[in-house]
Design a protein around this ligand. Structure first.
Ligand code: FES
Ligand code: FE2
Length: 454
């Protein structure tokens, strides 16, 4: 049982532990706004929500809101969602299509490129209205892999430089070709970093998610550490956790997986540890006929679950057939609260490639179940927003696994606030947490040394 750590940086990796105040303190939250959120590339949303010029969505980020639009020349541009007359929040809809954006207060109207176009009774402004100066304030915007990123730093490093080798490593998964199937947001009573920490280690999995022993091997994983605080993880899938007795029969998850690939689970009685390899070979064999582009993926990727965390707050959990984007966003003012998004995408079969309609070849873990090609009546799912107590009451679910995490995180925040707790005490399995916090500390120190920014 080994955890392999691949360090892509020139910094040594060592556990240092850290003070709890970064989860609790409002002064640190303010500094974080300048030094972390103000300088990092942030995943704002999906390019698929911006098909036509005039399509837009609003991205809520702590104390700010951003309006992201498909412009008239078909570019994608983000703006601060604030009217330049007297500061009203301009767009109130979460997403949609607009010919222009008209402020509800005094009807100042901006085109989809953010330019101020109409000012009622313009002659009554004695000083005039310099439209170019009073246009919407843009924010740096870039697109990668079907995702829109923004950065509040007016002179950011290019997004691909920021992401570094992660870009190439994730390329074969073709995220831009996946389709949104579920969009959820839960309000949590914890700091956003407690969510990132939670999705940065497997130490808790045997205890909080015992059901995972039926599908993944959490004790032989590979950890990657990258520049700029990003981390990655590869966990063997289509297998069982060897820390527990190996079952005689394939587990329910393995059975579903074998059946979806046209394999007979009975053939694997007494051979459960052979299933991972069989899944890889079978996917290679039938993938193309089932409309899947597996050519760029190696055998391990065909069976395994990867989880990549993009600093600061994006967690991608994925297989070749599905992707969860997990994204905690800070509250506007309370360090003990955050909003946590779970955005689920699926790779439907490519009709250009597929010889037959087929079910999704996914690992069948807790992915949303969908079959075949993109349905003709596909409509973008509405975003479902709820409070964590609805999850605890069983009224809402984000899958068993995430529900277990969500139910726990309020307790972590409450416990951290206790007088009896001072610092974390991390182990080697929690190296990704340390790496994330190293970058967090570096940016915080650099920002404060530089006078704290604007
Ligand atoms: S605040 Fe928007 S038009 Fe007055
Ligand atoms: Fe978890």
């Amino acid at each position: 049982m080994t955890i392999e750590i691949v360090n892509h940086t020139d910094q040594p990796v060592e556990i240092r532990n850290f003070d709890k105040n970064r989860y609790l303190d409002t002064a640190q939250m303010d500094a974080e706004w300048r030094n972390i959120w103000g300088r990092s590339w942030l995943l704002a949303g999906l390019v698929s929500d911006l098909q036509q010029p005039g399509d837009f969505f609003v991205f809520d980020m702590g104390r700010e809101q951003f309006l992201i639009t498909r412009t008239r020349n078909s570019g994608i541009q983000g703006f601060y969602n604030v009217c330049q007359h007297r500061g009203n929040r301009l767009v109130t809809a979460e997403r949609g299509h607009a010919d222009n954006f008209r402020c509800a207060y005094h009807a100042w109207t901006y085109n989809v490129d953010g330019e101020l176009a109409i000012v009622p009774y313009e002659e009554r402004f004695a000083q005039g209205v310099p439209c170019a100066e009073r246009s919407l304030k843009p924010v740096a915007t870039e697109v990668w892999a079907g995702f829109v990123f923004i950065c509040m730093d007016p002179e950011p490093i290019p997004l691909q430089t920021y992401l570094g080798p992660v870009v190439q490593m994730l390329e074969p998964y073709r995220f831009a070709h996946m389709t949104l199937v579920e969009d959820q947001t839960v309000h949590l009573q914890c700091n956003w970093k407690a969510v990132v920490d939670n999705f940065s280690e497997l130490y808790h999995v045997d205890f909080l998610h015992p059901q995972h022993k039926r599908m993944v091997d959490c004790c032989n994983d590979t950890v990657h550490l990258f520049e700029h605080g990003h981390t990655g993880l590869a966990v063997p899938g289509a297998t069982v956790n060897p820390r527990f007795p190996v079952p005689e029969q394939p587990t329910d998850i393995q059975t579903a997986q074998l059946l979806s690939l046209g394999l007979d689970p009975d053939d694997f009685r007494g051979r459960v540890m052979d299933i991972r390899r069989a899944v890889q070979e079978r996917k290679r064999e039938i993938g193309k006929a089932r409309g899947m582009h597996y050519d760029g993926l190696d055998d391990a990727q065909l069976s395994d679950v990867w989880q990549y965390n993009l600093f600061p707050n994006v967690i991608f959990s994925f297989t070749p057939e599905h992707l969860w984007i997990l994204r905690p966003r800070p509250d506007a003012s309370d360090p003990a609260r955050c909003q946590f998004d779970k955005i689920s995408l699926v790779m439907f079969a490519d009709p250009e490639l597929a010889e037959e309609s087929s079910e999704i070849l996914g690992p069948g873990r807790d992915a949303v179940s969908v079959d075949g090609f993109i349905p003709a009546d596909y409509r973008r799912p509405r975003r479902d927003v709820f409070n964590y107590d609805a999850v605890i009451a069983g009224e809402k679910t984000m899958t068993d696994t995430i529900d277990q995490d969500v139910e726990l995180l309020g307790g972590v925040q409450a416990g951290m606030a206790s007088a009896a707790f001072d610092t974390t005490w991390l182990n080697d399995d929690e190296m990704r947490i340390q790496h994330f916090h190293n970058e967090w500390e570096r940016l915080m120190a650099e920002g404060e040394a530089g006078g704290g920014g604007g």
